[in-house]
Design a protein around this ligand. Structure first.
Ligand code: ZN
Length: 212
């Protein structure tokens, strides 16, 4: 069985794209948002509790998320990718203590230079017609201002929060919360770093080597 993976990386580091590719390698992607929705749909006791919390406008607490993970993850049979959870050191400790419990797990950190990442994010453009994503420096449309996919003109737009100021602030908050998690997994000998500034294919090859 392949190790469980905990994917850690700043917004824009490309971890989502890579996690999606790992599904083809037999991994199951765990999204706590999806789990919450499906548990509510199943109408279980836990689902009803979650539904109550959400309808009151409250955030679902860590203990409830853990209960949800325990009810839905068969960690001895399926290799999971945890992406977006754990989000902080308290959740990382809880996940280990209550679910993974010493099972082979690797925390993969998508390490990327702050400047490179800021560049990547501020050059991101999305076609407002079909949703195709471009990057003006690394993946520009073949004809300027024309979407490769749907052919629409002048539809490539920048997200309002993809500015240098917003991105820098987002990254600072990320660094403050990820550092204790990196220390936690490093102390367990479970931390692997990947150079996320490399091209998508190179990053995926590195990932394939890591999971074996
Ligand atoms: Zn388009």
């Amino acid at each position: 069985m392949k190790p469980h993976l905990i994917i850690l990386g700043a917004p824009g580091s490309g971890k989502g794209t890579q996690a999606a590719k790992l599904i083809e390698k037999g991994y199951k992607h765990i999204s706590t948002g999806d789990l919450l929705r499906s548990e509510i749909a199943k109408g279980t006791e836990l689902g009803q509790k979650v539904s109550g919390i959400i309808s009151r406008g409250d955030l679902v607490d860590d203990n409830t998320v853990m209960a949800l993970l325990k009810a839905n993850c068969d960690v001895d049979k399926v290799s999971y990718i945890f992406d977006g959870f754990p989000r902080n050191i308290a959740q990382a400790e809880m996940l280990e203590a209550e679910l993974l419990q010493g099972r082979k797990t690797l925390a993969v950190y998508f390490n990327i230079d702050l400047g490179v990442l800021t560049d990547r994010v501020v050059n991101r453009r999305t076609c407002s017609n079909c949703g195709e994503i471009y990057n003006l420096t690394t993946k520009a449309p073949r004809v300027p201002n024309v979407c490769d996919k749907c052919g629409a003109q002048n539809t490539l737009t920048q997200r309002k929060d993809d500015t240098v100021e917003v991105v820098s602030n987002r990254l600072k908050i990320f660094a403050d919360t990820v550092d204790p998690m990196l220390a936690f997994y490093k102390a367990k000998g479970a931390l692997v770093e990947i150079d996320a500034s490399l091209p998508e294919k190179t990053v995926f090859s590195a990932l394939e080597k890591i999971i074996g």
